[in-house]
Ligand binder design. Sequence first.
Ligand code: ATP
Length: 592
Amino acid sequence: MATLRAALRLGCADPKALTAMVALVLVGAAPPLGVAWFTKLLFDEVGRGRSASPSTATWYAVAIAALGALAAIANRLSGYFTTALQHAITIAAEVRLYRKLNSFLGLGPFEQPALRDRLALAQQAADQTPYVVVMFAVNVAQNVLTVGGFAAILTSLWPPAGLLLLAVAVPEFLIQLRLSRRAARAVEDSAGLFRARFLFQTVLTDLRAAREVRLYHLGRFFHDRLTGAVRAAARIELAAARHATAVQTCWALAGVAATLAATVVAVNAAVRGRLSLGDLTLLLAALAAAHSGLAGIAGQLGEAGTAMRLFRHYVAVLDTPADLADGTRPAPPLRSAIRFEDVWFRYDEDGPWILRGVDLTIEAGEAVGLVGLNGAGKSTLVKLLCRFYDPDRGRITWDGVDLRELRVETLRRRMGAVFQDFMCYDLTAAENVGIGRLPHTPEQVEEAATRAEIHDRLRALPHGYDTLLSRTFADQDGEPGVTLSGGQWQRVALARSLMRADADLLVLDEPSSGLDADAETRVHDSLARIRHGRTGLLISHRLSTLRDARRIVVLDGGRVIESGAHDELMTADGEYARLFRLQAGGYQLAAS
Ligand SMILES: Nc1ncnc2c1ncn2[C@@H]1O[C@H](COP(=O)(O)OP(=O)(O)OP(=O)(O)O)[C@@H](O)[C@H]1O
């Protein structure tokens, strides 16, 4: 019931269009009845032979034409309002769905395949169901008027006709409902395949993927995967469609047999003079119209049944509980320290521990470098600090307050971050930088870009900061935009993080891996100036960039195994010293 209420609520997304459409559909219900009735009168009039009145017969013909015109106009207008309503429903459904997605505070929900499948179904259902349900309600109202009218005519001419219609209609409705369940199950079963299809379509059309796809001749490989997914989904849906076709065909034949029986009875009655030619015409027309009207209602009932079953996924997504409980206290400016206290974390309940009792203090105003081999857990630690996930054990505190007690939005406002896999948005240069802080002024954008050493490059673009950084969308002149080099994009991402110039904490996960040696030195000098007095957590595999960090922390197997200044760690001659010497040795070799 809640599902139906939700669908109907969405169905009323544009009340004016809905009202106009309902009125027009109902207006469109009358003409068929009138046409049938005037046709009967016309036939009876013409059947009177010489005593027939040509003017009366002409008026009947005009009435039939006028009713046809009314039906056509109502049809066209209701078509327009239906389209308007459909758009309003799509917009309202998407607003709710994406508002819900945005309400997830962490990353967990985005990593659940079942939820992703459900989301795909929800998107599909949200677009279709409210419309299908509203149309079902409206068409049933229309058909009930039409079918009811014809049924009344039929019953008045031949009383058992009403019972005959009922005997055909009830089983047909039940059959359609049953088939609708199976059709919905088929769509559910193929949801994962459709997501896979979308993934392969993206790989085959994405500019970033295009290089590898061509170099490794992967076009055929991904195309096969794509068609494989489409074929598998088609097999599932066709199996359901075959079953439905078989059942519906059998039932249609039964309906034809019933109509035939009724027709034979009526024709016999006419031959025996119990029905006039007009009565016979009316009866046959009424029989055909009532039968097709009932079949229409049954078909729409099946469609609505399928749509309603799928719509449960939309409602379920909207009802998905919050992934992380938001805190209640605003995050204050960082005065003392951020502390990881015996933090344990794993991504899945039965997965391996990624962080195993991390104890780490980042004093306010201190720059800490984080070092470790691939997979040591550095980025995971950052994700916990940003509260994309909560620790399974232990806690992270911000000036002594557990992160879980702080309002996430206020906490994140106090951070600027560049992630390893930062985003390159198909937006203008100004937007790519500026979205690090909304709203902002052009001066703030240019200042951040200057600090990230990318201002000159962005200013020199064809439309300066208004240049579209995309090769897949056209700019305001209809030309493809421009794209930047990997290192330049990285500087744009850095500039984005620097839009939060007043952030208490700057988290930089490999911020200079793509920069040339010159840029790296300049960016790090600039970062050192920006960070001055600000807390920083810097992850880098280029250990030379961390030398100036007040403290370097080495993570290994999810634990902190060393901590200290560069010189201290070199003297201790542990893992850091080993890694540093390896890298320095490499540079010396290259230099000699
Ligand atoms: N979203 C995730 N779901 C499941 N496992 C993950 C996820 N992200 C990372 N992992 C796993 O956690 C471990 C630590 O990954 P993490 O990205 O934190 O390492 P890292 O130290 O930053 O490595 P790198 O130096 O390569 O960037 C890896 O074994 C990785 O497979």
